[in-house]
Write a protein that binds this ligand. Sequence first.
Ligand code: MBD
Ligand code: FE
Length: 285
Amino acid sequence: MTETTTFEQATAAASGAAATEQFRSKQRTGTSDVDTGRVDTLVSDLLAATHDIIRRHKVTYAEYDALKAWLIRVGEDGEWPLFLDVWVEHVVEEVANESREGSKGTIEGPYYVPDSPRLPADASLPMRDDEKGTALLFQGQVRSVDGTPLAGATVEMWHADSDGLYSQFAPGLSEWNLRGTIVTDGQGNFKIHTIEPAPYQIPTDGSCGKLIAAAGWHAWRPAHLHLKVSAPGHQLITTQLYFKGGQHVADDIASAVKPELVLDPAPAADGNGRDVTYDFVLDKA
Ligand code: MBD
Ligand code: FE
């Protein structure tokens, strides 16, 4: 598979390798921080659940070997970040943020890159001169739970292009294409000019694609904007926003859509594309 990385074409192995590398460099905490008793509890429960499934469904040696071969391939393809973020992260996010009072969040996914270019409160994301897609003006305000506008808050946005490709995870896109960090103005307001992304298809040529085909599932996520919103003294929100009426909003393969996260943009005031307003409310740290 390694020779495919030299082709000017998006492949599962190339985006998997980039996502694996990205994860290694941004890891939240090392595994050495996890308490022995906790590892014992969680892994024992995980194994017991697996044993129970084998007994209940009378799993055969042929199925056991298919699993073993597939797990080996996930590693070879670098698709552990993709697999985990698509099928597991949504429950980790649910548990992590269950007591928040501010805006809802959702999963981060495998394609976040920190330290994107800092931009003023009214800015366009970096994009090609001929970037395809409907123009989108995404504007709003960042506030604290008590209603105070948060000046100097950061709104990081990253999203796929109109072909469903993310910069730094697909060939042929400049480093920060459709990625930026917008700093709110004195009233906590921001205006981000970008284009509407396309629905995203999980790479079909790797191990996750093979699982999807083998199970008869579809490989799609609805079109989405990724965001991280933060301000001093407040909890960071990691979220995604979707588009009302868009394909797969009701059947996201990553189970990451919540009703509060669906935008309903209106035709733009200036006649070019669409506009939408969405505010972020941050919990205190
Ligand atoms: C994505 O773009 C994404 O956001 C997630 C969660 C998984 C795979 C691709
Ligand atoms: Fe995404």
